[in-house]
Design a protein around this ligand. Structure first.
Ligand code: APR
Length: 199
């Protein structure tokens, strides 16, 4: 199997699990967090609020992951992970970002998830340098896939061309050239339908 790279809106993907780039409160936000909450509907926020706080205002520490249903999304699960805020690269940011991928994959294996899609965690509001983050995403997912059977499909979702290219070159540098994904879960786009019309 190969790591797949796809450009578009992660909320449209009919995969078993989509990963959310959240914050420690798990109470929503902007970027992909906002898009996922809007598409999932208000029950997602209720489900996040029901998750236990490990201290006031924190339901998920940076580098960890929590699971909720996906409600109105085509996916079955949302894995909420919290990436590091980029400072200078000397505050454990690489290890924390790597954990977001690795712990999400461990959770996927535990829940017998077949397919999982990741956004570019920490590459928006949290300011992580794109190419460094892409290298970590490619390294963690390729390492996992080379030693595990599940999840069978791992998709890195780029929301723009720059991110798509960064993933392509990061994977190529690790020995995996990337073909564009054309399988069923992308069918709506392949048929030229706007994602919303597909479900
Ligand atoms: N589908 C796929 N990727 C998306 C989508 C989408 N619908 N919307 C945004 N993205 C991309 C961004 O372009 C970026 O590459 O997700 C990546 C992560 O950016 P952010 O969503 O800003 O997440 P992050 O940098 O991890 O910051 C997290 O932002 O939204 C708040 O509550 C969130 O406080 C948390 C912080």
């Amino acid at each position: 199997m190969k790591i797949e790279v796809w450009q578009g809106d992660i909320t449209t993907l009919a995969v078993d699990a989509i990963v959310n780039a959240a914050n420690e409160s798990l109470l929503g936000g902007g970027g992909v967090d906002g898009a996922i909450h809007r598409a999932a509907g208000p029950q997602l926020l209720d489900a996040c609020r029901a998750l236990p706080e490990i201290r006031p205002g924190m339901r998920c520490p940076t580098g960890e992951v929590r699971q909720t249903p996906a409600f109105n999304l085509p996916a079955k699960h949302v894995f909420h992970t919290v990436g590091p805020v980029w400072q200078d690269g000397l505050r454990d940011e690489p290890a924390l970002l790597a954990n977001c991928y690795w712990k999400s994959l461990q959770l996927a294996e535990k829940l017998d998830v077949e397919s999982i899609a990741f956004p570019a965690i920490s590459c928006g509001v949290f300011g992580y340098p794109l190419h460094q983050a892409a290298h970590i995403a490619a390294t963690e997912t390729l390492t996992w896939q080379r030693s595990h059977r599940q999840p069978r499909r791992i998709i890195l979702v780029a929301y723009n061309a720059a991110t798509f290219k960064a993933y392509q070159s990061a994977l190529a540098a690790l020995g995996q050239p990337v073909e564009p994904s054309t399988s069923a879960i992308f069918a709506p786009l392949a048929l030229g339908l706007p994602p919303a019309a597909a479900h």
